[in-house]
Write a protein that binds this ligand. Structure first.
Ligand SMILES: [Zn+2]
Length: 160
C-alpha cells in the first residue's frame, strides 16, 4: 500500500532525476499519482507558476454540496504537512495556495525541474512539427508517439 512518502519519492524522482529522451514531449500539467486509500490524488507539475515545479494534493472524490462547503476537504494541517514533507526531501518551498477548507492545495517549489523534462514541456508547447497548424491539438501518430516516449514515474501503486 503506498503512503505519502512513497508517492513523493516517486513523483520527485520523476520531476528532478529522470532523464527524458530528446524526442519526447510532456504536457505541462505533468503527472498524477493516486493514493486511493486516503482519497487523495497528488500532482507533479514541472512548470507551474513562474515556470517552477508545483506539487498538488487533491481530494480524489470530493463530496460537494450546492451552497455549502465540501464535506470532505483537505485536513486543516494537510498542506502544511505536505510542504514540510517536501522540505524533508531537500526542497525549498516558495509558497502555497489553497488548502483547507478547499479540496485542493498546491505547494510551489524553488528548484527547477530536470532540464530534460523542461525541454520536453517546451516540445509540447511547440506543438506537432508535422502539422504545425494543429499545434498541441494534433492527433497524428508522430505527435502521439512523441508523447509516449516520456519516461513515467515508478508508480508506487504498481508494486504489490
Ligand atoms: Zn501531427
Amino acid at each position: 500500500m503506498p503512503d505519502l512518502t512513497h508517492i513523493l519519492d516517486a513523483g520527485l524522482e520523476w520531476l528532478y532525476e529522470t532523464v527524458q529522451p530528446d524526442n519526447a514531449h510532456q504536457q505541462h500539467h505533468g503527472i498524477t499519482i493516486g493514493h486511493p486509500e486516503a482519497n487523495r490524488l497528488y500532482g507533479f507539475c514541472p512548470t507551474g507558476a513562474d515556470n517552477l515545479p508545483v506539487v498538488v494534493v487533491n481530494v480524489a472524490k470530493p463530496e460537494l454540496h450546492p451552497y455549502d462547503l465540501p464535506a470532505n476537504p483537505l485536513r486543516p494541517d494537510e498542506l502544511f504537512d505536505l510542504a514540510t514533507a517536501l522540505e524533508a526531501h531537500g526542497l525549498t518551498v516558495r509558497t502555497t495556495w489553497n488548502g483547507h477548507p478547499a479540496i485542493t492545495g498546491s505547494v510551489g517549489l524553488v528548484q527547477p525541474a530536470h532540464p530534460t523534462l523542461i525541454a520536453a514541456v517546451d516540445r509540447y508547447h511547440r506543438g506537432c512539427t508535422v502539422h504545425p497548424e494543429r499545434s498541441v491539438f494534433c492527433d497524428c501518430e508522430h505527435w502521439r508517439e512523441e508523447g509516449r516516449r516520456i519516461v513515467g514515474p515508478n508508480r508506487p501503486t504498481a508494486t504489490p
